[in-house]
Every structure is written in C-alpha cells, then in structure tokens.
Design a protein around this ligand. Structure first.
Ligand code: NAD
Length: 501
C-alpha cells in the first residue's frame, strides 16, 4: 500500500480490520479456495482521491474462468447445493446477511476507499441495501412453487402441473458504481432460486466483493456455490458471455458493452438480463414545492457524484417557475461538500478513476462549446474531483443532453405544456427511470403511463427496495433485477403431463 493511502486511512481512523484487509494482496475465490491467477498477473487498485495504490488484485485468465465455471457446475449438478432443502438454503442466506451486517462498518470503509464514494453513504445505502437484499431473497427460497392445471383441450384425463427449477450456473458481470450492492442483487436472487454463481466484479472496484467472499466462506456455503473471478471485462467478461458452461448471464453496465455481451450470450442461447445505461428525465411542474423538489433533484443527480445509472440528469422545468426553481437548485447544489470519501461530511467524492474524470470533463467542455449556459460548477480539482455542474437553457441536440455522462453534470431546459414536457422526457434512446415533481394527482397519474421508463419516481428520486423490480425500457436493457420478477429470469418452468387410465 502506498504511504499516501496509509496516511489517508489513518487520518480518518479507518478500522484495523479494514486496514488489514486493504493492505493484503487479493486472490481469486474459486471452488472454496483462494488462488493466484494461473499466470500470476495482478493489477493495482487505486484510491481515487489520493491516486495512491491500495493493493493488487489477481487478474484471472480464461483458464481461471473455466475453473470457476467448473466449480459452479459441480456444486450445482452433483453438489450439496442442488439437494439442500429450501429452508436450509434460506437459513444460510440469512446467516450471510447477518455476517454482512456485523461487518457493515468495515465493508463501507473498503467500498469508500476503493471507489471513492462517501463512507456514510456506503454504510447507509450500499451495505444496508446489500443486507436488505439478502434478507429479502432469503425468504423467497422456500416460496418458489409451480401450479396445478386442469387440461381441457384434449379428450382423456390428465394430471398436469408446472415445476420451477433453478436455471443453473449464473454468470454475473458487475459495474463499478455500486460494487457490493449490484453484486448482491444478482447473487442473492440466484442463491434463493438454487443457482450457483460466478461473479466478475468491475476491475476498478473488486475489493468489497472479495471481502464479501470471505463472509460467504465464513457463513458455511458449500465450495463452488459462489465464485469470484477478478479480471478485465475485455477478456474475462467477454469470455463469460460466450462460456458454454454458464446458463444465465446477468450483466449490469453500459449500453455499448451490454449490446456486445448480449450478442454473444444470445448466440449461445443463454438466459440473459441486461441492466444498462440511462439519461433519466425529471419534470418539475409549476405546482411543485420548489424547495423540496430542488433538494430531491440535487440528490437524485449528484448522489454518488452522479455515477448512478438512473440519475435524473435531464431536468425540465415549467416556465412559470423555471427561474425560481433554478435559484433553489443552485443554492442546494452549492451547499454539497466536495471531499474525499472518508470525510464524514463528503457528499461529492472523487470520480472513480482519472480516465473517468477525463471523460466527464470532456462532456463539460463540449457543453460549453455547444453553447449551453454553465450556471454552476464544473471545475476540476486535484485527484479525481469534479465540482457538480448545472447547465441551463440546453437544447435537445446537444451531446450533454443526449449522451450518458455518468458524472455530476445536470442539464436543464424550460417547458410550457405537459405535452411538450412528455416529448422532451421521452426523446432519448434510454428508458431507465423518470421523475415528476408535482402534487396535482390528476396530472401525475396522467403522465406516469406515458413516460417510457422502467421506474417512475414522484416527488423523490432513486428510492429503492428489494421488493420492487428495477430495470429499463428501450436501450436501458431488458429483464429486471429485484422483486419477484427477478426470480422469473432465474427459474426454468417445466410442464408435466401425466395421462390417467
Ligand atoms: P462497463 O459496461 O464498462 O462495464 C461493466 C462491467 O462489464 C465491468 O465488470 C466490466 O469489466 C465488464 N466489461 C467491460 N467490457 C466488457 C466486454 N467486452 N465483455 C464483457 N464484459 C465487459 O460499465 P461501467 O463503466 O463499469 O459502469 C457504468 C455503466 O453501467 C453506465 O452506463 C451505467 O448507467 C451502467 N449501470 C447500469 C445500472 C442498471 O441497473 N441499469 C446500474 C449501474 C450501472
């Protein structure tokens, strides 16, 4: 670990447990064993506010992936997981949730140091969301049933029913913005359904998933049920999408990579879920409580430094309240503290990497070149920091309005009629989420079904619960994570006919 990172951890009183974990080189978790990469390759994990090296992680080879898939297959086909009674599986998933909860502070510190996010948010949102997700899906393990059917189209007598069975080995490819929580969405549901999993975390943020794997081991999961292969997307992610031993691929990431992954998975006829990018619209109607709306809009776009798939990044404001709302929004945004993730008051942490900072900065420059009015922020600071930026009077053809930036950049424009607002909101290839700020129920209910978005928030943004499905329309993906809906993608339904004499 670089001295600059050690100092950073000590200055902020990071727990001894997290410090010890962060200082260790990390290995792959395959078939219940901790292994080096088969060619010995490693890569550095970088802390994004100091740019110091935290530790090194193993970079898996395709042979390591084969080993992980074989371990998951063996645990599924012949291993104890397949025959374990649902209530026993449920108990084990609950035990894992308890362990995650017991180690919440340490996991939050690891997540904050690796990804740059606020340690407070990491604990209250990422880790708490992870615990909730495991608890929610644990309960499903014993409640997955088929149904009996009375066939009536044919002569003769039959007993007919459906059975639901786990789809098999699930490959989970995870992005870097909510590493632990997104992994949990995929793993918790898969385990409840009786599947085994191979997880590939994002190469930038693998550490919390590796600490999680230690807790999987401690909870007593049979070897091979959960496997972690750290490595690049280009090599290991792509190999997972093609791998004949993976029955179902669950991918969260950018739309461009999702299309590639989807093509490979479909050519092998894998079951497939894609959770992709977004450019979510927000409509602020003239009757809204402007102060409350400004707080929620700022939170909805700048939380996690704007690195949120369903962030409300395009804000359309009814003209009669446009100027007043922007004044409120600028005031709220100016009060958000830009600081390293371990600072307890941090709201805007550094972006995840220097490359991502460069990408976000290029969008801010493009907005200025294309003539948008920069009302606030946008300055770059040492480390990976970018101050939250608000652009006003943007046009629909600007790149900052059309493309996903995935950073703390908000674009706004006025509208006159609700028809115009809807047209603006739906004028995007994405359809992940949308938000409406209004207390006029008739207008709100009129708008909801006409918004092309997988989630619609009213007077809030990014509220989340494991019981509600999450997933996009249009190019934001297909299939759902969370909720009962996610289980449909992890279970095969078998129809059974028994002819009676
Ligand atoms: P990304 O697409 O670059 O990477 C996502 C994952 O895919 C990583 O693990 C990466 O290693 C892997 N990968 C990269 N190239 C690959 C390839 N050719 N084949 C297989 N796997 C590959 O995305 P990112 O930059 O890590 O994350 C940001 C993106 O994720 C944004 O577009 C964001 O909107 C999206 N996202 C969506 C959701 C959702 O639920 N819809 C949630 C979080 C993030």
């Amino acid at each position: 670990m670089d001295r600059i990172v050690t100092d950073y951890l000590q200055r902020h009183g990071v727990s001894a447990a997290a410090q010890a974990f962060l200082a260790r080189p990390q290995r792959l978790y395959i078939g219940g064993q901790w292994l080096e990469s088969s060619n010995g390759a490693t890569d550095a994990s970088i802390e994004p506010s100091t740019l110091g090296e935290i530790t090194r992680i193993a970079m898996a080879t395709p042979a390591d992936l084969d080993r992980a898939v074989a371990a998951a297959r063996a645990a599924f086909d012949g291993g104890p997981w397949r025959t374990m009674k649902p209530l026993a599986r449920e108990r084990l998933i609950h035990r894992l949730a308890d362990l995650i909860e017991q180690h919440a502070g340490e996991l939050a510190e690891i997540e904050s140091v690796d990804m740059g996010k606020s340690v407070v948010a990491a604990r209250d949102v990422d880790v708490q969301g992870t615990v909730d997700t495991f608890r929610y899906f644990a309960g499903w393990a014993s409640k997955l049933h088929g149904r009996t059917v009375e066939p009536s189209a044919l002569p003769g007598r039959y007993v007919a029913y459906t059975r639901r069975q786990p789809v098999g080995v699930v490959g989970a490819i995870v992005p870097w913005n909510f590493p632990l929580q997104t992994m949990a969405w995929k793993v918790a549901a898969a385990l409840a359904a009786g599947c085994t999993v191979v997880v590939k975390p994002a190469e930038l943020t693998s550490l919390s998933t590796l600490r999680f794997a230690e807790l999987v081991e401690e909870a007593g999961f049979p070897p091979g049920v959960v496997n972690i292969v750290t490595g690049t997307g280009r090599e290991i992610g792509a190999a997972m999408a093609r791998h004949p031993g993976i029955d179902k691929l669950s991918f969260t990431g950018s739309t461009a990579v999702g299309q590639e992954v989807g093509r490979a998975a479909v050519s092998g006829l894998k079951r497939l879920t894609l959770e992709l990018g977004g450019k979510s619209p927000v409509l602020v109607l003239e009757d809204a409580d402007l102060a409350a709306a400004a707080r929620a809009v700022a939170n909805g776009v700048f939380f996690n430094s704007g690195q949120v798939c369903d962030a409300g990044t395009r804000v359309y404001v009814q003209r009669s309240v446009h100027d007043a709302f922007l004044r409120e929004l600028v005031a709220v945004t100016s009060s958000l503290k830009v600081a390293p993730g371990l600072d307890p008051d941090c709201f805007i942490g550094p972006l995840v990497s220097p490359q991502h900072k460069q990408r976000v900065s290029a969008y801010i420059d493009a907005g200025l070149t294309e003539g948008a009015e920069l009302l606030l922020g946008g300055a770059r600071r040492e480390g990976c920091f970018v101050e939250p930026a608000i652009f006003a009077h943007t046009r629909a053809d600007m790149r900052i309005v059309r493309e996903e930036i995935f950073g703390p950049v908000l674009v706004t424009a006025p509208f006159d009629t609700l028809e115009e607002a809807l047209a603006c909101a739906n004028d995007s290839p994405y359809g992940l989420a949308a938000a409406i700020y209004s207390n006029d129920l008739a207008r709100v209910h009129g708008l909801i079904p006409r918004l092309q978005a997988g989630t619609v928030y009213v007077n809030a943004h990014s509220t989340l619960d494991p019981a509600l499905p999450f997933g996009g329309f249009k190019q934001s993906g297909f299939g759902k994570d969370l909720g009962a809906e996610q289980l449909d993608h992890l279970l095969e339904t078998q129809a059974v006919w028994i002819t009676l004499p």
